[in-house]
Design a protein around this ligand. Structure first.
Ligand code: HDE
Length: 708
């Protein structure tokens, strides 16, 4: 159920009527098919009221069931067919509604209607996903995340079907089935679920050097996000924006989260996969229900057509970024997610994205990966959603009118009127008619790119450098991030059973990216680097590639565990909760059990849950208020483990009053994130800073020896 207090986009829209109409458009289009059964009788699909939904029709109350029981047969037949094929990739996902609004008029870049008017909100539906695992797999696995946005514009749907990393594993669509077969669970035993740590994946990528860049992103902290709200998004391919004079510019799309770019640490990610496999979808859902709407800034890197060849890589190569030092990101507008779906299946499962869904003002490039995707997405919906009418499913319908002469097929919803399903016609006075492409009229016209070439099966030599950019990425990371990349390669390759695959990846791929990286991974795996030349594929750095430079400005939406037991200092508790709430963060009280505790003054304090039920891995920080309750916690393994684990995962820890003794008891050294004081006022600024940093990286070497 939606929280009734959670505003719909319409309530958030500006005051002018047109704006409200626009942001209401998707909701209105869903209104006719939304079903609220409150106060309604239970009926069959044919509309007959059901008198008894508990018993099937039998010959006598102990006799055989009767075939004639159309009520039971209808119910079970429908049930038997409830499932549809899950997506071949990106099967596990979660979605939300929201809106996009441009900061200003961007007519200078694009004629797309949704980019013109800052007072106009365009409804969007976003689906985030993992790539490898099936629908029921865990959220926090190491994987690339899908970041697909459907803009319901007045000129038709525009889908920006991107990922949370800016590059892809292959350069040409014809390799996609090979790549996916390699990363998916192995065919003989369907192992592993939701992981790339297995032989076939590393076999493929070690043989395909163009994958090196995407693989190093997948081995970085980007592939274990803390929250879907804290991920960057990228269109990956180069696209085009077209202005009213039909002038084209190349662009790369970027989404930047206001929540900052935050990640889990690997041990935490693995533990959450067991303790709360729905961690990411729950987090997004709760944030939206609580009115803490996540927000992203849409930006573009713009390259004039004349500058297309001014780079030492090819703009059409999807394994390359344009470093932001070379081409800055221009902000276009913001996207806010402010409404959870009513029904997972109807909306998140049935939403059908396609990179070919573009509108006037946006166009494609010749990136050979993008070109293949233009075909694949519609094709896959035919079997996944059961035919070519999936655009009529409410979540996929454009909000603008759409009439044409396409007819019939499975599951047709629309009852087309008129006699002429062809064009030209004179019987229906020629309707529906074409719209001229002139800028004001909005008929889509493909950008008139000149193409003059031989028909060849070939890869451009300009796609040949596979190592400079992964090297740039590695060199641009902080020391802590580099360490995590080393750990991730070592973990994943450590799971590979065939020694020659491990060796090939280290000696032939990693050594060509960065010798330090290769040396460290080789040491962890016992691989020899003898005879391997040390090469520096790149000596540059790009600040935008390290997520240490992509922090949030505030701590809104962070979740802090407050450990309490009978006798807790009530004043400290109030100060903590109010102090954090004032910053938009959330304090959750956890007790030894789910029963309320009594504070030192005897007042009952409800807890959100128990320490065992709500583990530290699901919080951003832990606070222990003072009072007599500390003595209770000091004897409880679950509480001590809670603190040790949070410390090990480099989280801010606050110990107040009597709780200060716990640091000594556990042998934890004070640092920028392990804060203690008499009351919350002593530590609130320090805690805020530590939360902004998210982790205490300086603690990492010490924390490695903590046995939690
Ligand atoms: Fe996809 N991809 N993909 N992909 N992809 C699908 O479409 C495909 C690629 C991405 O939330 C499928 O509806 C090919 C790049 C996302 O519903 C399928 C190629 C990027 C989603 C498909 C690629 C993506 C998909 C599976 C290489 C980032 C989830 C079900 C030519 C820019 C969308 C479906 C959602 C889903 C094909 C490469 C992102 C099979 C052939 C590059 C976010 O059609």
């Amino acid at each position: 159920m939606n929280n009734p207090s959670s505003p719909r986009p319409s309530e958030l829209a500006g005051s002018d009527t047109l704006d409200r109409q626009n942001s209401n458009a998707k909701l209105d289009s869903l209104e006719c098919v939304r079903a609220d059964a409150t106060g309604e009788a239970l009926r069959t699909n044919q509309g007959v009221k059901i008198a008894d939904n508990q018993n099937s029709l039998k010959a006598g109350d102990r006799g055989p069931s009767l075939l004639e029981d159309f009520i039971m047969r209808e119910k079970i037949t429908h049930f038997d067919h409830e499932r549809i094929p899950e997506r071949i990739v990106h099967a596990r996902g979660t979605g939300a509604h929201g809106y996009f609004e441009p900061y200003s008029c961007h007519a200078g870049l694009s004629k797309a209607g949704f980019l013109q008017d800052p007072s106009k909100r365009t409804p969007v539906y976003v689906r985030f996903s993992t790539v490898q695992g099936p629908r029921g797999s865990a959220d926090t696995v190491r994987d690339i995340r899908g970041f697909a946005v459907k803009f319901y514009t007045d000129e038709g749907n525009f889908d920006l079907v991107g990922n949370n990393v800016p590059v892809f594993f292959i350069q040409d669509a014809i390799k996609f089935p090979d790549f996916v077969h390699a990363v998916k669970p192995e065919p003989h035993n369907e192992v592993p679920t939701g992981a790339s740590a297995h032989d076939t994946f590393w076999d493929f990528v070690s043989l395909v050097p163009e994958s090196a860049h995407a693989v190093i992103w997948a081995m970085s902290d980007r592939a274990i996000p803390r929250s879907l709200r804290a991920m960057q998004g990228f269109g990956v391919h180069t696209f085009r924006l077209i202005d009213a004079q039909n002038r084209a510019r190349f662009v790369k799309f970027h989404w930047k989260p206001l929540q900052g770019v935050l990640s889990l640490v690997w041990d935490e990610a693995q533990k959450i996969a067991g303790k709360d496999p729905d961690f990411h979808r729950r987090d997004l859902w709760q944030a939206i229900e609580e009115g803490n709407y996540p927000e992203w800034e849409l930006g573009v890197q713009v390259v004039e057509e004349a500058d297309e060849h001014n780079f030492d890589f090819d703009l059409l190569d999807p394994t390359k970024i344009i470093p932001e030092e070379q081409v800055p990101v221009i902000p276009l507008g913001r996207m806010v997610l402010n409404r959870n779906p009513d029904n997972f299946f109807a909306e998140t499962e049935q939403v059908a994205f396609c990179p070919a869904h573009i509108v006037p003002g946006i166009d494609l490039s010749n990136d050979p990966l993008l070109q293949g995707r233009l075909f694949s997405y519609t094709d896959t919906q035919l079997s996944r959603l059961g035919g070519p009418n999936f655009h009529e499913i409410p979540i996929n319908r454009p909000v603008c009118p759409f009439h044409n002469n396409q007819r019939d097929a499975m599951h047709r919803q629309r009852i087309d009127q008129g006699r002429a399903a062809y064009e030209p016609n004179s019987i229906d006075a020629g309707w529906p008619k074409e719209t001229p492409a002139a800028p004001a009229d909005g008929g889509f016209e493909s950008y008139q790119e000149r193409v003059d070439a031989h028909k060849v099966r070939a890869r451009s030599p300009s796609f040949a450098d596979h190592f400079s950019q992964p090297a740039l990425f590695y060199r641009s990371l902080s020391e802590a991030e580099q360490g995590h990349v080393v750990d991730a390669y070592s973990f994943e390759l450590g799971k590979v059973q065939r020694a020659w695959i491990r060796e090939r990846q280290v000696r032939e791929i990693l050594a060509r990216i960065d010798h330090d990286l290769a040396r460290r991974v080789a040491a962890n795996l016992g691989v020899s680097l003898e005879g391997v030349e040390a090469e520096a594929a790149c000596t540059q750095r790009s600040a935008a590639l390290s997520q240490m430079n992509l922090k949030a400005q505030d701590i809104k939406g962070r979740k802090i565990a407050v450990l309490v037991a009978d006798g807790v200092d009530g004043q400290a508790l109030d100060d903590i909760c109010q102090g954090l709430l004032a910053e938009g963060a959330k304090a959750e009280l956890l007790g030894p059990t789910t029963a309320p505790v009594r504070d030192a003054g005897g007042a009952e304090r409800a807890v959100v849950g128990s320490m065992a039920g709500e583990p530290s891995v699901t919080y951003d920080a832990v606070v222990v208020p003072g009072g007599r309750g500390v003595a209770v916690l000091a004897t409880q393994g679950v509480a001590l483990h809670y603190l040790l684990e949070a410390y090990k995962h480099l989280k801010p820890l606050v110990l107040l009053g009597e709780a200060r003794s716990l640091a000594g008891q556990l042998g934890l050294q004070e640092d920028q994130g392990l804060l203690s004081g008499a009351g919350f006022a002593d530590v609130s600024a320090g805690l805020r800073n530590a939360l902004l940093e998210h982790r205490v990286w300086a603690r990492e070497p010490l924390a490695a020896s903590v046995p939690a």
